[in-house]
Write a protein that binds this ligand. Structure first.
Ligand code: FE2
Length: 239
């Protein structure tokens, strides 16, 4: 059995389209929206192709119409692109985000998976790096062979006490210095972290066509081209 694992697509349709894999099942662990200019296309793809998916913190915030006021770096981009996400999605699409569970168990063949965007303790918001000590605590009470997470936008595989945590990295907005789309393939218990280059300039064209302020466009393009989240150090937004 071959399973495609995806996280943190963030409205980046060219990146999602670049992932051309054969698979029996696709599992998605949240953050369809914000940052990228094409959340609708991504949402409809996930609806059609993901066997199961869960809600990310950005999906939750758009669904709840949560107010933001970030002024710097990624928080600024969240603030400014959230307005765009909310404008681009219709009420039925927003309802789809709201109806995603925050975590779910899935059994495929003999393997039991837990899907959660952050961690089992805090499904939406906790950032969990590849830290064995932290994950030993977070896995207490978790009845799964594989825990699939996202949120950090940093790919890793970590085995702790016989269970394996998989973060496939971010499809649409990697932050590890490699701008290629990140994802993972699970095949009969073996896991491969993969990267694929995509047409970043097609994305740049979409960003230029969007109604985002010029400064947000510049910052977004820098993030997507460099694959780094340290945007505050690249360009300071004005007031
Ligand atoms: Fe994310």
């Amino acid at each position: 059995m071959r399973i495609l694992l995806l996280a943190d697509i963030h409205g980046n349709w060219p990146a999602l389209q670049a992932i051309q894999e054969q698979y029996d099942f696709c599992l998605f662990v949240g953050d369809l929206v914000d940052y990228g200019p094409q959340p609708r296309e991504c949402l409809h793809w996930v609806r059609r192709h993901a066997f199961f998916s869960v809600r990310g913190n950005h999906d939750h915030a758009v669904a709840q119409r949560a107010a933001t006021n970030g002024r710097n770096g990624l928080k600024y981009l969240t603030h400014i692109t959230r307005q765009l996400s909310s404008q681009l999605l219709n009420s039925e699409e927003i309802r789809f985000l709201a109806q995603q569970p925050v975590s779910r168990y899935v059994t495929l063949g003999d393997a039991r998976f837990l899907l959660v965007h952050g961690t089992p303790r805090d499904p939406l918001d906790e950032y969990a790096p590849a830290d064995a000590e932290l994950w030993t605590r977070r896995l207490a009470g978790v009845d799964a062979d594989f825990v699939v997470v996202g949120h950090t936008h940093l790919p890793y595989v970590l085995t702790v006490a016989g269970r394996t945590v998989i973060n496939p990295g971010s499809v649409g907005q990697p932050r590890d210095g490699d701008p290629r789309a990140s994802y993972a393939i699970w095949q009969d218990g073996r896991i491969e972290l993969k990267r694929v280059a995509y047409d970043v300039e097609a994305l740049v064209q979409q960003i230029h066509k969007s109604p985002l302020p010029e400064q947000a466009k510049r910052m977004s393009i820098e993030v997507f081209r460099t694959g780094t989240g340290n945007v505050a150090e690249l360009i300071q937004p004005g007031r």
